[in-house]
Write a protein of this length. Structure first.
Length: 290
């Protein structure tokens, strides 16, 4: 079972590499902006010299994958390497198989549309890869290393900061003499969209609310929660730090559709204090007791 799950994760990583390569070929390379990270640098090098992104990506990501293997996490490094190899192969194939007909070339007008589309697609790729303990290489590896050394650092904030360097460089690369702010603005927009979408996917879809309830009516509230919401709750005995009064603490996690009903239950009982916190992801399940 674990082997099948592992194979599925690697197959998903390869599929994400295919999607990102197609995204670059269709929406990015023809529209005069660098997307993000070290792949953005590869895009600018191809724009200026014609040296393919597929080759440049390998030159960048092979040593970074090796670095990640020793200094970050072995599984992360292996999946990142698989992604980088697959991405380079797919992008090279797209360049040499006559797919120009499906490319989105805004010709300098309304370039925001391919930026939005490519940003969303890239965000989906980033989010799914990160959930699989993989990455697209480049600054993702550097960000992961920084957050490993300093766990309190926000991964996506760090990635955005590193990508800002690419935005500054694009001021000059795409300018026809002097400085052109449009490519930099497009790069920042792309980074924001892709980071936002990736972060939402990384948080997961199983968001919920965790209620902490301090009350003198634990039995009644527990029965109402079960009767109305078909939920149970965990009871903890507690003593007030100042008053030394004995209370009961109930812990219960509910989904967003049950939030109003849960608050209505609590409003029925005096001597009850509660607060809730947003839970980004829930795991596991309990068998229903009949």
């Amino acid at each position: 079972m674990n082997k099948a799950k592992s194979l599925l994760s690697y197959a998903t990583v390869v599929a994400m590499a295919l999607l990102l390569a197609l995204n670059y070929h269709v929406f990015i390379v023809q529209n005069g902006f660098a997307p993000a990270g070290l792949n953005g640098i590869a895009t600018m090098i191809q724009y200026k010299t014609g040296f393919s992104i597929s080759y440049m990506s390998l030159l960048i990501n092979l040593p970074l994958s090796l670095f990640a293997y020793f200094f970050v996490h072995r599984s992360f490094a292996q999946k990142t390497l698989v992604f980088s190899l697959a991405y380079s192969v797919f992008f090279w194939l797209f360049q040499h198989t006559g797919l120009e007909l499906i490319q989105y070339n805004a010709q300098g007008h309304d370039t925001i549309y391919p930026v939005i589309i490519s940003g969303v697609v890239s965000g989906v790729v980033y989010g799914i890869c990160f959930r699989l303990n993989a990455s697209t290489g480049g600054t993702d590896v550097l960000s992961r290393y920084i957050t490993t050394v300093k766990p309190g650092t926000d991964f996506f904030v760090m990635t955005f900061v590193l990508n800002a360097v690419v935005a500054v460089a694009s001021l000059f690369v795409y300018a026809e003499g002097g400085v052109d702010y449009k490519p930099a603005a497009l790069c920042i927009t792309y980074c924001f969209i892709s980071n936002f979408v990736g972060n939402q996917i990384l948080k997961g879809s199983k968001t919920a609310y965790k209620f902490t309830i301090i009350t003198t009516h634990p039995e009644e509230i527990s029965q109402d929660i079960f009767r109305i919401l078909q939920h149970s709750a965990t009871r903890i005995h507690a003593v007030g730090g100042y008053s030394k009064a004995e209370k009961e603490v109930l812990l219960c996690v509910v989904n967003k559709h049950q939030l109003v009903d849960f608050q209505a239950i609590l409003a029925r009982y005096p001597d009850t204090f509660s607060f809730y916190e947003l839970v980004n992801e829930t795991y596991g399940n309990f068998a229903r007791v009949k």
